[in-house]
Design a protein around this ligand. Structure first.
Ligand SMILES: [Mg+2]
Length: 228
């Protein structure tokens, strides 16, 4: 058996391995299929050249070029995918907004009248202050994550919708186009949700729910320790 014949057989074997790998997702993502494609077509081109099989030789040269092109384009794609930031949602009330600070601005009479339903008081959300460390934490997290604010506005208080926008515009202006108001937080795809309640869809969130004010995540420092 001649040496070129053996080279041809090894070439076919490599191409076969490339075919198996490319049909297997687990191995396919490691670019091995393009490497075996390259090696296989290279050996087959030597075999074709020796046998003066010019059409087969030309075909293999194209095959070599194609496998190199695929290798670099997949590598680029993989790098792009790895560089993609994870999506992080942050709730407002009780997480970055101090709800009680808004309640404190009400008169005694208003407090008695609205007890248990403060979220329905007109303009109350515009009077709230940020929670300690929240503004800085959102800025830090935005460097590493693709951050959105995901809040549930009260359905019986129309001013809550504009107040929330104005609040974000005042304290976190770079987030104003990243404000999502929804009572179905589970419909938002993402990796993390920082929320202080298991309600309005947060309990069904697909990613990791970071329960703010729980024993594990009692403040922003503990949340940043986990995420940064
Ligand atoms: Mg909340």
């Amino acid at each position: 058996m001649g040496i070129y014949y053996i080279i041809g057989i090894i070439g076919v074997f490599f191409v076969f391995i490339a075919f198996i790998i490319s049909n297997n997702k687990k191995y396919g993502k490691y670019l091995f299929d393009e490497i075996f494609n390259f090696l296989g077509s290279f050996l087959l081109s030597i075999y074709a050249f020796n046998g003066r099989m010019w059409p087969f030789f030309v075909l293999n040269i194209f095959w070599i070029i194609w496998s190199i092109k695929l290798f670099f384009s997949e590598k680029k794609l993989k790098k792009k995918k790895n560089n993609k930031k994870k999506v992080l949602y942050i709730d407002m009330d009780g997480v970055i907004v101090d709800f009680q600070s808004g309640v404190n601005t009400l008169s005694d009479e208003e407090k008695i009248k609205n007890e248990g339903k403060y979220c329905k008081v007109k303009d109350i959300f515009s009077k709230m202050k940020p929670i300690d460390g929240a503004v800085n934490a959102v800025k830090k997290l935005s460097e590493k994550y693709d951050v959105y604010i995901l809040s549930s506005p009260g359905w019986d208080n129309a001013s809550a919708w504009s107040d929330k926008y104005n609040w974000v515009n005042e304290y976190l202006p770079f987030m104003r186009k990243r404000l999502i108001l929804s009572n179905h937080k589970n419909l938002n795809k993402g990796d993390y949700l920082i929320d202080d309640r298991y309600a309005n869809g947060s309990e069904k969130f697909y990613g990791e729910l970071i329960h703010f004010r729980s024993i594990k995540y009692k403040d922003w420092d503990s949340v940043l320790d986990h995420l940064l």
